[in-house]
Design a protein around this ligand. Structure first.
Ligand SMILES: CC(C)(COP(=O)(O)OP(=O)(O)OC[C@H]1O[C@@H](n2cnc3c(N)ncnc32)[C@H](O)[C@@H]1OP(=O)(O)O)[C@@H](O)C(=O)NCCC(=O)NCCS
Length: 119
């Protein structure tokens, strides 16, 4: 059963600014260690960070008004195929499965999330 959906859009330049200004402490406030180590610092690094930030916001929207978790509790990584998957690190959400989809271009990154009860 679907319990909610969410969408978010993030300007890539804003993400780049935040990282350059806030440095490691900003990264660690928003992203989980495995997310940081998962992303190669290549040409589209900031696009990919922005997409993950958008995904976290989209997940919070999908959980609705009762959501109480931090951005770091939402973990986004990619399977070998490239498909992104999302895991919530808090036990209280263990009955939920989160589906996400990401897209990014030079200027913007978007993400959608669907929260559903596990079968
Ligand atoms: C995977 C694919 C859809 C990505 O689309 P894109 O326009 O290049 O790039 P987007 O910015 O929209 O999407 C990138 C995101 O797609 C997601 N993605 C990658 N592989 C994926 C997969 N197998 N399944 C779902 N999502 C995937 C990732 O989250 C990626 O972002 P990330 O690397 O930062 O995590 C595309 O590269 C692809 O393989 N298309 C298939 C084209 C094709 O076969 N066409 C012919 C038949 S119609």
């Amino acid at each position: 059963m679907i319990v909610g959906i969410g969408v978010d859009i993030v300007k890539v330049s804003k993400m780049e600014e935040a990282v350059l200004k806030g440095g490691e402490s900003f990264l660690k406030r928003v992203f989980n260690d495995c997310e940081i180590s998962h992303l190669a610092k290549g040409a589209i690094y900031f696009q990919r960070l922005a997409a993950r930030f958008a995904a976290k916001e989209a997940v919070i929207k999908s959980l609705g008004k009762t959501a109480s978790l931090s951005l770091r509790d939402i973990v986004v990584i990619n399977l070998e195929s490239g498909m992104p998957v999302c895991r919530l690190s808090l036990p209280k959400y263990r009955d939920l499965e989160i589906l996400i989809s990401l897209s990014h271009i030079e200027d913007y990154a978007v993400a959608t999330a669907v929260a559903q009860k596990k079968a």
